[in-house]
Design a protein around this ligand. Structure first.
Ligand code: ADE
Ligand code: ZN
Length: 342
């Protein structure tokens, strides 16, 4: 394991499913609470960590939204992004497409420009410091109604040149993709990419809706698509990238054990599966830990890890030229490792 562990750490990779608010570590939560004079219902970092005992998505979301209350100033959002990229750099991440949830902040009176300008400043710093390129995806909270999503969409309009796409997250069951048909159509008309969480807890029909009604360019999670063989075949035929999050799946009981994780089944079906961290501060690990967890649980080979990393660039929203440059670096890395081992 230690051999593949080091291989995984250094493997060049893209992260395509990361909620920036989910990278808020308890230490930073305390620091920001103090700096912004916000009360949090915990006395210590250990107490926060021991509260991270979820049995489903909603349990987690309640704590995740409460944690975000400490984010107030532009500097806080910048610090949050910088901390994520510093950590991602240690895991061989060379490109990241990160989600943010503006409604979580604007509903508390934090202006949209404070949120996005802070994140963009952190992304710029990461590019300069670590040569990590990045893009922003604005997520709509699906437990709120479509009119609220439209308000956020209109507020974001002046920043459309700095947002690559829109996404859909939060409580899945009871909030089908069809609820957001019009705002996703408007996003498509504006030239934005479209992604959606579907098939995490929700049924395969939600994945179907995400494809047919939201016209997604990428599927977030998608685990439950495997319950429908026609849908699985379609996802493979359309080369739809799936942003799979193993530690999240385990913590939120989408899978009972990492030994049962379907990632290699997805690859065997020809699906463009990728590995990601989702909310690393809450689920016990960053992207490298996620690769290692499934590599161990499913006894993955280096070649399988290589395929997952390759899929991350192929599934990204980089242009063809940029994608090719990343793939060349990945190939060079693999061949160097192979020669060392021969
Ligand atoms: N928001 C943050 N993480 C999420 C997840 N895994 N599913 C849905 N919404 C989320
Ligand atoms: Zn997610």
């Amino acid at each position: 394991m230690s051999d593949i562990s080091e291989f995984i750490t250094n493997l060049p990779k893209a992260e395509l499913h990361l909620h920036i608010e989910g990278s808020l570590e308890p230490e930073m939560m305390f620091r920001l609470a103090h700096r912004n004079k916000i009360n949090i219902p915990f006395r210590s970092v250990d107490e926060v960590r021991s509260a991270y005992n979820f049995t489903n998505l909603q349990d987690f979301l309640n704590i995740y939204y409460a944690g975000a209350n400490v984010l107030i100033e532009e500097e806080d959002f910048r610090d949050l992004a910088v901390a994520y990229f510093d950590r991602a750099a240690q895991d061989g991440v060379t490109h990241a497409e990160i989600f943010f949830d503006p409604q979580t902040h604007t509903d508390r009176g934090i202006p949209f420009n404070v949120v996005i300008n802070g994140l963009l400043a952190g992304m710029k710093e990461a590019e300069e410091k670590h040569s990590i390129s990045s893009k922003l995806i604005l997520c709509f909270l699906r437990h709120l109604d479509e009119e609220e999503a439209f308000k956020t969409f209109r507020t974001a309009e002046p920043w459309f040149d700095r947002i690559v796409g829109v996404g859909l997250d939060s409580s899945e069951v009871g909030h089908p993709p069809s609820k957001f048909a019009r705002v996703f159509a408007a996003a498509g008309d504006a030239g934005l990419k479209r992604v959606a969480h579907a098939g995490e807890e929700g049924p395969p029909e939600y994945v179907q809706q995400a494809l047919d009604i939201l016209h997604i360019d990428r599927l977030d999670h998608g685990n439950r698509a495997l319950e429908n063989s026609e849908l699985t075949t379609r996802l493979a035929r359309e080369a739809m990238a799936l942003t799979v999050c193993p530690l999240s799946n385990h913590k939120l009981r989408v899978v009972n054990d990492l030994c049962d994780h379907p990632v290699d089944r997805m690859l065997a079906h020809g699906l463009r599966a990728t590995i990601n961290s989702d909310d690393p501060a809450y689920f016990g690990g960053y992207i490298g830990d996620n690769y290692r967890a499934v590599a161990k649980g499913r006894n993955l080979s280096r070649e399988a890890c290589m395929t997952l990393a390759r899929n991350s660039f192929l599934g990204s929203f980089l242009n063809d030229y940029e994608t090719m440059a990343h793939l060349q670096k990945l190939d060079a890395f693999f061949h160097k490792h192979h020669e060392v081992d021969l």
